[in-house]
Design a protein around this ligand. Structure first.
Ligand SMILES: Cc1cc2nc3c(=O)[nH]c(=O)nc-3n(C[C@H](O)[C@H](O)[C@H](O)COP(=O)(O)O)c2cc1C
Length: 403
């Protein structure tokens, strides 16, 4: 097993190795819940791994890649995190595949490894069992045991998609979660219509419902919902302990760890004493005590106030009530396309997942705002005044595992 690091220079691309390195750079900058970066990327290189991938995709292709969920990095405190993790992996996968397509590496077949995918599929073709150290995966001993394979793609060289890799890269660098205030002016309705219509390649196979809230009444209703319910997470011990474990002391700490966020990223610029005070107030033990005097409601009111002054909110929902893995990955792809396109138009996003992370709250929000489908993403959208600070990525974020 080898791990490769990406060289982020824009060298002319000729081989698949170079194309993969070039595409993995922007993909590694993808957003993920708590910046946990739960994805893994495998490239089938051994004869057995390639045969397993060929059997799974039904395609005799030049190259095979496998998207994985890294169990060592996933969030687990809430049941809803399972959806967020696969949606986050779907975002990364979409940007990676767009980057490869821009360089002429086109998927010829894709297989989502749902629960019905045989764990030993294909690996028996050469008489080798598929679970030798691979944690039950079909990919043999080189496959990391903590990785759950989600999707295999077969690729061949062909005509480039027409998208410029430089544009994808530039947008990846410009795209940041912006948690500060947005300009109150309305977002032009034709721009929102364009964003709502941005479909991923697979849009026909189980559409993702995209809805914008822009009417003052809808925005007021959503802000009131946030004020009433967003304190739930701050007061949820396990969820808050997990969130807090991603809170980094300062920029240096975030840069060394390569994940999570700093207090400034969450709450805006602050002095050193205020940062220290904030860290203290947010510690799970303090939070628990402060919760008893209603501190979580103060935090929820602050978030609601931001929402109230936001010109638009976007919601995304799965068509089906019980989405399978294919739908979750498609949802991530749709979100990636939306977020990248919004960024190119100078818009920022600030997800407000707190209101959909508890089953009863999500159902209530869907009912109160008449949202179509099963909502999996809610975010403020608008033009931010100042740029948001850059979040960090782990050192091997743009690498892959050869198996
Ligand atoms: C599915 C999903 C849910 C998210 N939910 C929230 C959220 O509730 N609150 C928030 O401040 N950020 C949320 N984020 C944004 C992440 O925290 C952010 O992507 C990560 O910290 C990396 O920062 P960046 O987007 O600036 O690169 C979410 C991101 C994703 C992909």
């Amino acid at each position: 097993m080898t791990t490769r690091r990406t060289d982020r220079t824009a060298a002319p691309v000729s081989t698949f190795t170079e194309a993969l390195e070039a595409a993995a750079g922007p993909a590694a900058l993808s957003p993920s819940s708590h910046n946990c970066q739960p994805w893994g990327l495998g490239r089938a290189e051994t004869a057995a791994a390639r045969r397993a991938a060929a059997d799974l995709t039904g395609e005799d292709a030049d190259e095979y890649l496998v998207l994985a969920l890294d169990r060592g990095r996933e969030l687990t405190a809430l049941a809803a995190h399972a959806v967020e993790m696969e949606v986050s992996c779907g975002i990364y996968w979409r940007i990676l595949l767009r980057g490869l397509a821009a360089q002429g590496w086109t998927p010829t077949a894709m297989r989502v490894l749902d629960d019905d995918a045989p764990s030993g599929a294909g690996a028996g073709a050469d008489g080798r069992p598929g679970d030798g150290g691979g944690g039950g995966s079909p990919f043999g001993a080189g496959w990391p045991t903590a990785w759950v394979p989600l999707c295999v793609v077969a690729l061949r060289p062909g005509a480039p998609s027409g998208e410029r890799l430089d544009d994808l890269r530039e947008t990846a660098r410009a795209r940041r979660t912006h948690r500060g205030p947005y300009r109150p002016q309305p977002v032009p309705s034709d721009l929102l219509r364009d964003l709502a219509g941005t479909g991923s390649a697979e849009a026909g196979e189980g559409p993702v419902h995209v809805r914008h809230l822009t009417e003052p009444g809808d925005l007021r209703a959503f802000a009131a919902f946030v004020a009433r319910h967003a304190g739930r997470d701050f007061g949820h011990r396990a969820a808050w302990r997990e969130t807090h474990s991603f809170l980094r002391r300062d920029l240096a700490d975030a840069s060394v760890r390569g994940d999570g966020f700093t207090p400034e990223q969450l709450f805006g610029p602050m002095s050193r004493p205020r940062r220290a005070l904030m860290r203290c107030a947010l510690a799970p033990a303090t939070m628990n005590l402060l919760g008893k005097v209603g501190y979580h409601r103060v935090l929820a009111a602050g978030l609601a106030d931001l929402v109230r002054r936001t010109p638009a909110v976007v919601t995304m929902g799965f068509a089906g009530r019980a989405p399978g893995r294919a739908e979750l990955l498609r949802g991530g792809a749709r979100l990636a396309d939306y977020w990248w396109r919004a960024t190119r138009h100078g818009l920022s996003l600030h997800p407000v997942s707190i209101v959909i992370q508890h089953e009863d709250l999500r159902a209530r929000l869907e009912r109160e705002l008449s949202l179509p489908g099963r909502t999996f993403f809610v975010s403020r959208v608008g033009a931010a005044g100042a740029p948001a600070p850059r979040s960090h990525r782990r050192a091997d974020a743009a690498g892959h595992v050869a198996f």
